[in-house]
Ligand binder design. Sequence first.
Ligand code: SF4
Length: 476
Amino acid sequence: MEAISVFDMLKIGVGPSSSHTLGPWRAAERFIQELKESNQFHKTSRVQTVLYGSLALTGHGHGTDVAILMGLSGYDPVTVPLDLVRTIPQNVYQNHTLQLGGTQTVVFSPEVDLEFRFSEVLPYHANGMTLRALDQHGELAFMATYYSVGGGFVTKEGEQQKKGEQQNVLPYPINSGQDLIEHCQQHQKSISDIVYTNEEYWKPSRKVEHDLWEIWLCMRDAVYRGCHTEGTLPGGLHVNRRAASIHKKLMASKVYLDAQEWMDQIRESQPDFSQTLKWIGCFAMAVNEENANFGRIVTAPTNGAAGVIPAVLMYFYCFSNQTVDRSMMLRFLMTAGEIGSLFKKGSTISAAMGGCQAEIGVSSAMAAAALCEGFGGSPRQALMAAEIAMEHHLGLTCDPVGGLVQIPCIERNSMGAIKAITAAKIALESDPSKAKVSLDAVIKTMWETAQDMNQKYKETSQGGLAANIAISIPEC
Ligand code: SF4
């Protein structure tokens, strides 16, 4: 089975959706690269895109058109100045041209060149897209089909058959929870110890720690910005941002200089149970309001679920009654990432394949295991925490109202965070050797539930809340 890095599961990106924004953005970047490699880049005078299935159905609400235009224009989601995410697509819609790869003017008329095939689904995955380059005579110069398979991962047509052939070359190959436990027991190591050694296969330890810290800082800044930004979210639903008003009440008259001092003040405030619950909800909603506003967040393991892990990590830092240092926070992220990769290998992290259990459920399981280890839980207890968190998300459907990652998504992150903390606490008080349900069993169950789930509950906005809330959203 394929080897997956923590940095595949936790990626800095731009909202609102990992499968509908980040994945198509990456696919468009890859198309440009392959166009250059095929020596057709300079001959291209027009580009056309076709979106299929779920990508088409919720593409406008999830910003798929915006993401493709940004990728085709040569911008990277990690580094792009966020104001350009609005202005570049606006220019394309107005002028019907774009700067291909940032250097070459080509025709792109969104009304004609961005086609949404709502009822056509490609065989491999619900999130398919085809990109075509045409020469000056309108003849096809280059074409490629990609699939956005969840969490920002992209697969090209034909590559999916090779997936199973990849060698797992890591010092500790892990394809299941059982593998992970055996490595931990055999070498007397924690989950994060095992993950750290595996990550060193890809990059030096100093770089692993540096990059993980950057992930944390991006999470922290998303929480901070979300807690300090009022207003209404884009997309036409007119959803009010609420994290800032909750935050204002919780912080009352406190004064702070920056995000770190702000965190320390929250910790020193020693809130009661009711306030702690409000804080956790506020942290999670803050991130997902940023996500819905095309802000910079960490895909963890998806954008729709980007608030769960930061909220639980903030809880760990601010409210755990212990000193949480840099090393503990990095370990938290490593353990969370490994649990996410188990779900990707054994089930799915794509809502188009498995509904919201694949997003909020997986992020909750990731956070639960990481928190459990952070509190001193054994590897078996950490896996038990992940199992408990997912067990109580099984069957959760994806039904975003208006195709926007707002209702129920923003509040759902708060719920995922609370469940993760509860699952960690239960596991810490339990004897995992007496558990009846293993993490591997719950991953298998999640996958079978995904396969049985009606298609309308898989990121199509054709069922559930999305079908019962009357809305009128103007065309983008
Ligand atoms: S309902 Fe869940 S899976 Fe669907 S878009 Fe919202 S957060 Fe993502």
